[in-house]
Ligand binder design. Structure first.
Ligand code: AMP
Ligand code: ZN
Length: 478
């Protein structure tokens, strides 16, 4: 099967070929851990979770690094203003270290709550200071840096391809450079590799480099940590589209100058999630967190379902109405997934049934789902394929469904999309199972009043019983 991704580096949908067969090295730019992530931030990590799942479904062994930016990301991407961690520290009356620890934990817990596959390496920038200093030294030795009052900068005019990745118009950037831009910088696009602690100040987070205290610029951490764990050339590097013109452009300039080879063969960028048609913003009160969604009675899988309805490269719009319809769709899928418990193996002799139309189409559905995501993570298409298959299942007699193919389909949906449909059983306690069986018996005995009573009892437990000609099917109440 061919895998294809839209590659920002070439601007095309490129066939994916890893450097080493069967192995993928993947780097994901992680969060700045100074505040609660909003669901727009989480959207990015859910999209990249689908990328990891797709690679695994294609039998790749994925080695992935994701950084936690816990120092050096300044309020403005142009190396100006306060460090976001120090801002967080002031807001909360804590040290930058305490803030970093707290929000790193919030983030890692969030990854678990969302069922995201954990990267092999989660690397806080503060734990890789020597590696970052090493890279600054290498760049210094190559003559592409210069020192000014507030730090050591990368001279972007020394990297001739600087404008290529993001198709930057450097002349326009020069013309548009504001007066308040650091006048000591040689070019507006030059960026800090290392910043000095201002004279007479003491920062919570600072390290000694060549006899002076300071801290790393934001971009160098990704170049240094990618090198530390994945080597000089990555297979895939991911991030948000906001990273293309500055952060990733700078990572490329640093890494390719220091290492002398291409930094990443594929670059993938997710588009932004909006909320009610506008940007997420604290001041508008729409910076919803995972807790906010749960407090309103939604599950985080509802949110995953909502996101997968859109494509990672398109802008999506979050509204609670959209989230409600995603929840309904997911509940419906869960109901259908539970039908597998009601298909009896005794009715399903694989040898007899293995070649009927139904089973063939369900195995093919699993395949079609993987093909959909193999085509640049086409989750909307994958969801349509599942809807079609599920509506066929609902309209079929259970005895005509090949149980193994059905279970394999649900497992594929879970593996590739992370929707946890297989987990729909543990919700049903043994008590409920017992009541269902008792009711089946009552019906067999034609004891209608007992069977009605048990049905009402199940309803109060959130289980709806649907009697068909051949059997009684239970579902979760929507
Ligand atoms: P930050 O913590 O600000 O560095 O952001 C973490 C990640 O979230 C970055 O990769 C951003 O590209 C991404 N991001 C921020 N806002 C959104 C959004 N509204 N939709 C999708 N991704 C976003
Ligand atoms: Zn990065």
């Amino acid at each position: 099967m061919t895998l294809k991704f839209h590659n920002t580096l070439t601007g095309h949908l490129d066939e994916f070929i890893s450097q080493t067969p069967g192995q993928v090295s993947l780097y994901t730019c992680g969060p700045t851990v100074y505040d609660y992530p909003h669901i727009g931030n989480w959207a990015a990590y859910i999209y990249w979770d689908i990328l990891v799942r797709t690679l695994i479904a294609n039998d790749y062994n994925v080695t992935r690094v994701m950084n936690l930016t816990d120092v050096g990301h300044l309020v403005s991407d142009a190396d100006e203003g306060e460090d976001k961690l120090e801002k967080g520290a002031r807001r909360e009356g804590k040290t930058a270290w305490e803030v970093a620890k707290f929000y790193s934990n919030v983030f890692l817990e969030g990854m678990n709550r969302l069922g995201l596959i954990m990267p092999q390496y989660i690397t806080p920038a503060t734990e890789y200071i020597p590696q970052q200093i090493d890279m600054v030294r290498t760049l210094k030795a190559k003559g592409v840096t210069y020192q000014i009052d507030d730090g050591i900068y990368f001279d972007t005019s020394k990297f001739p391809r600087y404008a290529d990745f993001a198709h930057l118009d450097l002349d326009a950037l020069q013309a548009g450079a504001r007066v308040e831009f650091n006048p000591q910088k040689r070019n507006p696009s030059d960026f800090a590799l290392w910043k000095f602690t201002p004279n007479g100040e003491k920062r919570d987070m600072e390290w000694e480099f060549d006899g002076r205290m300071g801290f790393p610029g934001w971009h160098i951490e990704c170049s240094a940590m990618a090198l530390a764990h994945l080597g000089k050339t990555l297979d895939i590097h991911t991030g948000g589209i906001d990273h293309i013109p500055v952060h990733h452009t700078n990572e490329i300039a640093q890494s390719e100058t220091a290492n002398g080879v291409r930094f990443s063969n594929y670059w993938m960028h997710n588009n932004f999630l909006k909320v009610d048609g506008s940007k997420f913003s604290k001041s508008l009160g729409n910076g919803y967190t995972l807790d906010n969604l749960e407090a309103k009675g939604y599950s985080l899988l509802d949110f995953r379902m909502f996101l997968l309805q859109g494509h990672y490269k398109s802008e999506s719009n979050f509204t609670f109405d959209n989230l409600t319809s995603a929840r309904n769709r997911l509940n419906n899928w869960r109901n259908i997934a539970t039908l597998r418990h009601q298909i009896h193996d005794t009715l399903q002799d694989d040898n007899e049934k293995g070649n009927d139309d139904k089973s063939i189409s369900l195995y093919a559905t699993s395949q079609a789902i993987i093909e959909a995501v193999n085509n640049d993570l086409g989750t909307p298409e994958a969801l349509k394929i599942i809807d079609d298959a599920f509506s066929k299942i609902v309209n079929a007699k259970l005895t005509n469904i090949h149980r193994q193919a059905f279970v394999q389909l649900i497992e594929t949906i879970d593996a590739v999309l992370g929707l946890q449909l297989m987990n729909t059983t543990p919700d049903i306690s043994d008590d409920i199972k017992r009541i269902i069986l008792e009711r089946n018996q009552a019906r067999a005995d034609k004891d209608w009043s007992k069977s009605d009573k048990l049905r009402d009892q199940l309803l109060t437990e959130g289980i709806v019983i649907r009697d068909t000609n051949s059997e009684a099917i239970w579902e979760y109440k929507n």
